[in-house]
Design a protein around this ligand. Structure first.
Ligand SMILES: NC(=O)c1ccc[n+]([C@@H]2O[C@H](COP(=O)([O-])OP(=O)(O)OC[C@H]3O[C@@H](n4cnc5c(N)ncnc54)[C@H](OP(=O)(O)O)[C@@H]3O)[C@@H](O)[C@H]2O)c1
Length: 240
């Protein structure tokens, strides 16, 4: 039986690349999304990977979504917490909604999804959880106190859960991408994006598949001694 993987936000951008690479590795993949049904349908038709709509920020919806995947495909062995949103603005302009939405989806989503899947992984003595953080969670970013806090929170979440999972064979890691060519980055005004690219030592944006290959490694048997770590994939833009 193929191992079963859920990729949140798995129908577009980095998540879509992750879903496809995991399918190519031989996993049975379920790709989750929030609202963009047209993109999800196109993705499923193109790849043969089923897509499932639920809001990762809603604990009850996560429970129902995971149950549906388990009924359709099987028990979840691999969770990739990729779903994320931005609501940028400097602190004095940032509304409480902007703060809450980003924390609820980007960090709360990791908790909600792990809460539904970790127990089964622990009982079966094998599991992998990979959460997508960001260079902006490591370095901070102007106009992103909400996003930087959520993405930094993912790193603490990862280390703490790695300690809980280690003796049960459940490995928990994070990836911190730099700037990757997706719609999220496409929304940045061109003059600002040019300045960002000029600061990347390899002088280009990353590709979604370059993050997906990191996930493939961390979910593989080859990564059996890797847990609680953060893999930075950022073209040398931030080193620590
Ligand atoms: N792009 C970058 O340069 C970059 C850099 C560092 C980190 N990241 C992180 O990498 C991840 C993917 O980024 P991306 O650029 O690929 O983003 P994207 O193109 O905007 O795609 C985001 C995906 O997340 C889904 N999503 C959003 N809110 C959701 C929710 N509440 N419940 C379930 N799914 C939800 C979206 O679903 P719909 O299709 O339904 O909208 C979509 O599939 C994010 O966590 C982001 O913060 C990105």
């Amino acid at each position: 039986m193929a191992r079963v993987a859920i990729v949140t936000g798995g129908t577009r951008g980095i998540g879509a690349a992750i879903s496809v690479v995991l399918k190519d590795q031989g996993y049975a993949v379920a790709a989750n999304y929030a609202e963009n049904a047209a993109a999800a349908t196109a993705f499923s038709n193109e790849t043969g990977i089923p897509s499932y709509k639920w809001d990762v920020g809603d604990p009850e919806a996560c429970l129902a979504g995971v149950r549906q995947v388990e009924q359709d495909i099987g028990s979840v062995d691999i969770l990739v917490n990729n779903a994320g949103v931005t609501r940028d603005g400097t602190l004095h302009r940032m509304s409480y909604d902007d703060w809450n939405d980003v924390l609820r989806v980007n960090l709360g989503g990791c908790f909600n999804m792990a809460r539904c899947t970790f127990g089964g992984m622990r009982d079966r003595r094998w599991g992998r959880i990979v959460s997508i953080s960001s260079i902006n969670g490591q370095a901070g970013q102007f106009g992103q106190v909400n996003y930087s806090a959520a993405k930094s929170g993912i790193l603490g979440f990862t280390k703490a859960l790695a300690l809980e999972g280690a003796k049960y064979g459940v490995l928990v890691n994070a990836i911190a991408p730099g700037y990757i060519a997706t719609e999220m980055v496409g929304a940045i005004p061109a003059p600002i994006l040019e300045k960002i690219v000029a600061k990347i030592p390899v002088r280009r944006l990353g590709e979604a598949c370059e993050i997906a290959r990191g996930v493939a490694f961390l979910t593989s048997e080859s990564a059996g001694f890797v847990t609680g770590s953060t893999l930075s994939i950022n073209g040398g833009q931030y080193m620590h």
